[in-house]
Design a protein around this ligand. Structure first.
Ligand code: CP
Ligand code: NVA
Length: 308
């Protein structure tokens, strides 16, 4: 029997209890994979991946993950499909969702993926929009839990742009009950409505990034210029110059604080090489965990709760 139709378009689409289930499943699926134990619950299922922006990790982790679960994945990009020639996203959703079992989309405005999902017969996963990157935060949280245990009550310091990653950390803090200390340059502050927040209880803004990092359990950042905002690059380079995560910021965080970055990274811009390549950095685990957490996500969206 098919699972009831669910989508993962933003982090708060899932409850805390569902996320906890996903983290458990991620651990089981990861251990099986590491033990070379075949696990093919999605045999004969097909994933369509639609990319309107570049990707290394997202494409690879979804494509490899679907194969490892026994299914197949099809890569589509705007340039080679009728979407690039103006076919309405609603029509594309009607057609694509009659041919595959699940869809992953990386696109620009959140509205595009919401419209696709509204016309889809199958689950739709957000593989990054201008507003959110929920799959990355799923992997980041699983990575935190693997290294340090539950995140509830902990403090995450976000230094840099209030972009799709920042918004998703803020949503995750509300669902999983932890705190985010954000420091952005003036003019790049968090917009609560765009971030899709219920309130401000789990989020505090700091003018000085050192203050945001003080006593944090996790320090994280991302590129100063996200995909789609390249025209602003020069202005952003100037505005963000003092928002590089460096050894001094890591020193004021808790001694056991982790450093995360979703990658790709620019050493010498948003993060100093000694931090991203240092002992507190878990960036390679984060990248690997995209694979395991998204396998758990696809299992849940296609089959519902699997307990074995
Ligand atoms: N972190 C992330 O989503 O990487 P890609 O852009 O390479 O998919
Ligand atoms: N904020 C970045 C994340 C890349 C994975 C971007 O949107 O380009």
């Amino acid at each position: 029997m098919a699972a009831p139709l669910r989508h993962f378009l933003q982090f708060k689409d899932f409850s805390r209890e569902e996320l906890e289930h996903l983290f458990v499943r991620s651990g089981i699926i990861k251990a099986r994979f590491k033990g070379y134990e075949p696990y093919h619950p999605l045999a004969d299922r097909t994933l369509a991946m639609i990319f309107e922006k570049s990707s290394t990790r997202t494409r690879l982790s979804f494509e490899a993950g679907m194969h490892q679960l026994g299914g197949s994945a099809i890569y589509l990009n705007t340039r080679d499909t009728q979407l690039g020639r103006g076919e309405p996203v609603e029509d594309a959703a009607e057609v694509i969702s009659r041919m595959v079992d699940i869809v992953m989309i990386r696109t620009f405005e959140q509205d595009i993926i919401e419209r696709f999902a509204a016309h889809s017969r199958v689950p739709v996963i957000n593989g990054l929009t201008n507003e959110y990157h929920p799959c990355q935060i799923l992997a980041d949280l699983f990575t935190y839990i693997e290294h340090r245990g539950p995140i509830q009550g902990k403090t995450v310091a976000w230094v840099g742009d209030s972009n799709n990653m920042c918004n998703t950390w803020l949503q995750a803090a509300e669902v999983l009950d932890f705190n985010v200390h954000v420091s952005t340059p003036p003019g790049y502050e968090v917009e609560a409505e765009r971030a899709g927040l219920f309130g401000t209880d789990h989020f505090e803004a700091f003018a000085d990034p050192m203050d945001a990092c003080r006593d944090a359990d996790l320090v994280t950042t991302d590129v100063w210029t996200s995909m789609g905002f390249e025209a602003e690059n020069e202005a952003r380079m100037k505005a963000f110059a003092d928002w590089q995560v460096d050894a001094e910021m890591m020193r004021v965080a808790r001694p056991d604080a982790l450093f995360m970055h979703c990658l790709p990274a620019h050493r010498g811009e948003e993060v100093a090489a000694e931090v991203i390549d240092g002992v507190q950095s878990v960036v390679w685990d984060e990248a690997e965990n995209r694979l395991h957490t998204q396998k758990a996500l696809m299992e849940f969206l296609i089959l519902g709760r699997v307990e074995t």
